[in-house]
Design a protein around this ligand. Structure first.
Ligand code: CMP
Length: 139
């Protein structure tokens, strides 16, 4: 399905390991325009809300605790077919299964510390972007 916006977070491992610049470079060179960006840290409560869709999954508590363990970079990205194309450049959720050259293949270590989040649908991209950014913060 074609769309023009998606949402991403550079996760605590990407920030901690000094990969913000390299990952943003990868993203912009792949043709994505940054329309909003924020360096921030989630509280456990906010991380729990953000990932509420996974509440029943066995990894939910670990995910919430991991995502609130350090600073992250949240961003809204624009490009034709943004959701699908972004998932292609980040690679599989489990970095061990991510295609060579994808962001998770290059920068991620484990399924939890997997460097980046990418929205899985247009609907979630909208919800997730609105979670972090007001209308005035999207350029
Ligand atoms: P993300 O794209 O941010 O969405 C949910 C996150 O849960 C996912 O990336 C992974 O980092 C994390 N996770 C941990 N275990 C699993 C699992 N078994 N399946 C899917 N996601 C998982």
């Amino acid at each position: 399905m074609r769309t023009n916006r998606t949402f991403t977070m550079l996760k605590p491992d990407a920030v901690e390991n000094g990969h913000i610049g390299a990952i943003l470079d990868h993203i912009t060179k792949a043709g994505f325009k940054i329309v909003a960006m924020k360096y921030t840290k989630l509280s456990a409560e906010s991380a729990g809300k953000f990932y509420e869709v996974h509440k029943e999954r066995p990894f939910y508590n670990d995910l919430v605790s991991y995502m609130s363990s350090g600073p992250i970079v949240a961003a809204i990205l624009e490009k034709d077919n943004a959701v699908e194309d972004f998932r292609k450049i980040i690679g599989a959720t489990d970095p061990a299964k991510a295609e060579p050259g994808t962001i998770r293949n290059l920068y991620a270590k484990s399924i939890d510390a997997n460097a980046v989040h990418g929205s899985d649908s247009d609907e979630n991209a909208e919800i997730e972007g609105n979670f972090y950014f007001s209308t005035q913060e999207k350029f």
